[in-house]
Design a protein around this ligand. Structure first.
Ligand code: CU
Length: 153
C-alpha cells in the first residue's frame, strides 16, 4: 500500500517534468550529398517559463543553438548559449530565425525519416530537464495556421 503510493507520486512527478515544455511541428530538411550540417525547427511553449540551454541528437556529432541576424546586408548565424522561453508564449525555431544546428551529421537526412533531439531545458525553478523530441525530415515547413496575417497558403 505504502509502496504503491510512493510509486504513484514518482509517476506524477515525472508527468509534471515532461509538461515543462511542449513541442510542436518538429522538422528538418533533407540533406543533399556532401552536406554535413543542417537546421532543425520546431515550436516550443513552456507553460511556466523555461530556458533552452542546449541540445543533443542521435544523428549529429554536435548540436548547437543558433540565431540568425543581419550583418549589413549579409545574413549570419551564430551560436548562442541559451534561449528564453517566456511563460505560455510559443517560441518558434524556424528557418531565418533561431534554430537548432545539427553539425557533423552521422547519416544523410532523407524525407520521411525521423530522428531524435534531446532538448536541455532549465525550468522556472532552475531545475535542468531533458525533453526528447521526435523530428520529422520533410522538404518544407509544416503548414501552420498562421498568426501573422500576411501570408496565404
Ligand atoms: Cu545555424
Amino acid at each position: 500500500m505504502f509502496r504503491t503510493l510512493l510509486l504513484m507520486t514518482g509517476l506524477l512527478l515525472a508527468g509534471a517534468t515532461a509538461a515543462q515544455v511542449q513541442v510542436k511541428d518538429a522538422w528538418a530538411r533533407p540533406t543533399v550529398p556532401g552536406q554535413s550540417g543542417g537546421g532543425a525547427f520546431m515550436t516550443l511553449t513552456a507553460p511556466q517559463g523555461a530556458k533552452l540551454v542546449g541540445a543533443t541528437s542521435n544523428v549529429a556529432g554536435v548540436t548547437e543553438l543558433h540565431e540568425m541576424s543581419m550583418d549589413g546586408h549579409v545574413m549570419k548565424m551564430r551560436a548562442i548559449p541559451s534561449l528564453e522561453l517566456p511563460a505560455g508564449r510559443a517560441v518558434e525555431l524556424k528557418s531565418g530565425g533561431h534554430h537548432l544546428m545539427l553539425m557533423d551529421l552521422k547519416q544523410p537526412l532523407k524525407a520521411g525519416d525521423k530522428f531524435t533531439v534531446e532538448l536541455q531545458v532549465v525550468d522556472a525553478q532552475g531545475k535542468p530537464t531533458t525533453v526528447p523530441v521526435e523530428v520529422l525530415v520533410r522538404s518544407g515547413a509544416p503548414q501552420v495556421d498562421h498568426r501573422h496575417g500576411a501570408h496565404h497558403y
